[in-house]
Design a protein around this ligand. Structure first.
Ligand code: PSU
Ligand code: MN
Length: 305
């Protein structure tokens, strides 16, 4: 593909059917503060390596779609923080054609992963249907991407800055399976459960790989959500998190924050309001997702060739 650069280590792994795990970069620039964002991004890559897969952190650098970043590029995205353009599907043509740099969301990371031939992607939380979407129409492009692009997204569910019930309804409408890894409930990012059920519970990585294989062998378009609860010891008390989320939502409404600013604003406010606690939990759940994604990528690479 004309605009795509695959990092040599990633290209070698893909050519020899070795497992590769895609990682996103909006979580670096907009999801966590500096310098923990850079430390975490590097640590997540190491965790993928340790678990037998090759990491491919994805972003757009000077107009090039990158599957696999250098240390300096990760540092640049982390230091830049909110001044880095957040790039989702609709932003790609502008950023690429103008030779600019941007951090990729779940949606655009899926697009670039699929172009490169990567089928498994680990992140923290996906975007979804925002609370009040019945009037704002704010539905993350991540959900439409899951409906059309063949990548399995391993996440800790979604933060309850979103309407989790409407998010599940939207995914159902668009044919996106939501799989709970060793759980019956949809995890709510900082907490292991919620009042919502996943579609199917699967207890091991190789059965998840079989589901991926079956979906794509039937030519069903789109991806799937693999919801992996935060490890028990890092989960947060829901009262502390709910209070921070309610306050952040109220502030966003007061300040008329909307569109692509909404999610980064809410993420940053929840992080500030809960102090370092939520950041530590956030880091641990991403590492946990990287481990599961590596196991799934290994199992899938054994099936798929
Ligand atoms: N939720 C998180 N952390 C994140 C994001 C969401 O808990 O970093 C980021 C992801 O990159 C996701 C994006 O794809 O926010 C969704 O933004 P929006 O709601 O504007 O589509
Ligand atoms: Mn939105």
């Amino acid at each position: 593909m004309k605009y795509l650069d695959i990092h040599p280590e990633v290209a070698t792994a893909l050519a020899s059917h070795q497992p590769v795990v895609a990682l996103e970069s909006t979580i670096i620039s907009h999801g966590m503060p500096y310098p923990q964002n850079v430390e975490t991004a590097l640590q997540v890559e190491q965790e993928v390596h340790k678990h037998g897969a090759v990491p491919a952190t994805i972003a757009v650098i000077n107009g090039r779609l990158k599957a696999g970043l250098s240390r300096d590029e990760i540092e640049q995205l982390g230091k830049g923080g909110h001044s880095i353009t957040k790039v989702s599907r609709r932003d790609l043509p502008f950023i690429v054609s103008q030779g600019q740099t941007g951090a990729t969301t779940v949606a655009s990371t899926m697009i670039i992963a699929a172009m490169a031939g990567i089928r498994v992607f680990a992140t923290g939380g996906i975007g979804g249907v925002h609370r009040g979407a019945e009037t704002s129409f704010d539905v993350s492009a991540d959900l439409q991407e899951l409906a059309q692009t063949p990548v399995a997204v391993v996440c800790a569910g979604a933060k309850s800055i979103l309407d989790l019930g409407l998010t599940l309804e939207y995914l159902e409408t668009h044919g996106v399976p939501v799989i709970g890894y060793q759980t019956d409930q949809l995890p709510a990012f900082f907490t292991r459960g919620s009042q919502f059920k996943v579609d199917y519970r699967i207890n091991d990585a190789s059965s998840i790989a079989k589901l991926m294989y079956a979906k794509w062998a039937m030519d069903l378009k789109g991806g799937m959500v693999i919801a992996n609860p935060i490890p028990e010891q890092y989960a947060m008390p829901s009262a502390a998190i709910d209070g921070a989320i309610e306050q952040a939502l109220a502030e966003a409404a007061e300040q008329n924050i909307s569109g692509k600013q909404a999610t980064p604003f809410l993420l940053a406010r929840v992080c500030e309001l809960t102090g370092g606690d939520s950041l530590a939990s956030n880091i641990q759940l991403v590492l946990n997702n990287a481990r599961l994604a590596s196991a799934i990528a290994k199992a899938y690479s054994n099936l798929a060739h």
